[in-house]
Write a protein that binds this ligand. Structure first.
Ligand code: GLU
Length: 475
């Protein structure tokens, strides 16, 4: 291909970055990177009533968190109104678009009559100019919309990168509204001309931004014939389209808020690592042989637009946790320390000793699937712990209780490191004829609040001597 590859992600800023959008962003990004091309971020904010700057900020933050860096943008559609107006004027002049003064009430009557005749409802093209056709008189006080003069006959066909060949008859397709009068609250520039609809703005943008490949959700398959027809009407080169199936929840229904988190940000808050999210999202609709774990660089190397799944993938929280656990083990301790600090701060626990948190990460990360679990471990260093009474009863046997003052004495004199603590524990066992599996769970329970932890001598080094001695006091 001689043209440089250019892809884009075009979220509507009406909420958080949805997992499905993040996945198509990832495919678009990886495809551009694979070909040494460019990836553009476009904000489709023409839904003036629902778009917010806060949502834009959240989307950009989530993309940054995932490491999906864009080369151009963010480009805002609402800042390009003059361009859409210019193209509309050219289209009206060329006869590929026309003004329509139908009121909503008129359209209702039209559809009602069609239904009564047993027809599929459609716009009857009453305002579409044609040779020898007399148009209705222009009504007073009605602001027109502009409609695209869709071809009346023939087929729209494309070879979808994901779904394969798709063909739709033009007879199925209405003359789409491409520009509407500016709604309440629209910025000045919308003026008398109005705001473009999605299917029109997307074409002008993909054309102007020289987009070569469009990856997006398959809910847009029905929009693609209009878009292709508009491209053709403009004499613009067509991008290639790849429509990815929706993501299903683990119950087989469409992934939705009611069925758990659907935003990327929620997973960041829940302690997932971006590299795990990327790896998991990538596999949700794409494969490279049997590879389950791969780096961002490997994905870029492998992602050539092939092996995209035609059927919907199911969101699998257990697998995501497994992937995240894998990356937790690989993650640098200092990085995990900083993430743990943020998690703890969110709980109102001030834990600013990053070296200490890094030592905690080194000890616990192997048994954690998320940063939240790591914070669950680290929290015991900073807050009072409350062992469960039934655990105390199980582990604080009379023999163990008798040994605790000895242990406290020995720890008071020990050098405060793993070897010193191990020696104090060993001497206590000898003095009281106890075995480690009797003493260690009790010590863990009293100091950490749980009877199972990594090696007890290592865990105790995370606490100050004073805290350990205080927690070992008879209760
Ligand atoms: N704003 C559209 C969406 O969020 C973009 C669709 C497209 O990529 O063309 O669904």
């Amino acid at each position: 291909m001689s043209q440089p590859v250019r892809t884009r992600i075009a979220p509507s800023p009406t909420g958080f970055l949805h997992l499905g959008t993040a996945r198509t962003a990832l495919y678009s990004w990886a495809y551009a990177r694979h070909h040494g091309g460019q990836f553009v971020l476009r904000i489709e904010d023409t839904d003036v009533a629902r778009s917010t700057q806060e949502s834009v900020a959240q989307i950009i933050a989530a993309m940054r968190w995932l490491g999906l860096d864009h080369d151009e943008g963010p480009i805002y559609q609402m800042q390009r109104l003059a361009r859409y107006h210019e193209v509309v004027e050219q289209m009206i002049a060329a006869g590929t678009a026309y003004r329509c003064w139908c009121t909503p009430a008129e359209l209702d009557v039209m559809r009602e009559a069609q239904r009564a005749r047993g027809e599929k409802t459609h716009y009857d093209r009453r305002w579409r100019p044609g040779p020898g056709k007399v148009l209705p008189p222009v009504p007073q006080g009605v602001q027109p919309v502009v409609r695209f003069a869709n071809p009346v006959h023939g087929q729209v066909s494309w070879n979808d990168l994901v779904k394969g060949p798709i063909s739709i008859s033009n007879e199925e397709i209405d003359d789409l509204i491409i520009l509407r009068p500016a709604p309440e609250g629209a910025p000045e520039g919308a003026g008398a001309w109005g705001v473009p609809t999605y299917n029109f703005a997307v074409v002008v943008d993909d054309w102007d931004m020289a987009i070569t490949h469009v990856f997006r959700g398959d809910e847009h398959i029905n929009n693609t014939p209009w878009q292709i027809n508009i491209f053709n009407a403009l004499g613009a080169p067509l991008p290639l389209y790849g429509h990815c199936p929706i993501i299903l929840g683990d119950d087989g229904q469409k992934l939705s808020k009611r069925r758990g988190a659907v935003s990327v940000t929620a997973y960041e808050d829940a302690g997932y690592l971006p590299e795990a999210m990327l790896n998991y999202l990538a596999r949700l609709g794409w494969s490279h042989g049997d590879e389950e774990i791969f780096s961002r660089e490997q994905m870029v190397q492998w992602f050539d637009g092939s092996h995209l799944a035609k059927s919907p993938a199911q969101w699998d929280p257990v697998k995501l946790a497994w992937v995240n656990g894998h990356y937790m083990k690989l993650a640098d301790d200092a990085r995990l320390a900083a993430l743990t600090r943020t998690q703890l701060a969110g709980r109102g626990v001030a834990a600013d000793d990053l070296d200490l948190l890094a030592r905690a990460a080194a000890l616990f990360k192997d048994r954690c699937t998320t940063v939240v679990e790591l914070a669950d471990w680290a929290e015991m260093i900073f807050v009072e712990i409350r062992p469960r009474p039934e655990d105390l009863e199980t582990h604080l046997t009379p023999a163990v209780r008798a040994a605790l003052p000895t242990l406290a004495d020995k720890l008071a004199a020990a050098s405060w490191d793993k070897a010193g603590i191990a020696a104090a524990l060993k001497e206590t066992l000898g003095a009281h004829q106890l075995k480690m599996p009797q003493l260690a769970p009790a010590v863990r329970l009293l100091v950490c609040g749980r009877a199972q932890t990594p090696s007890v001598d290592a865990v105790l080094t995370l606490f100050s001597r004073a805290v350990v001695l205080q927690r070992l006091q008879p209760r």
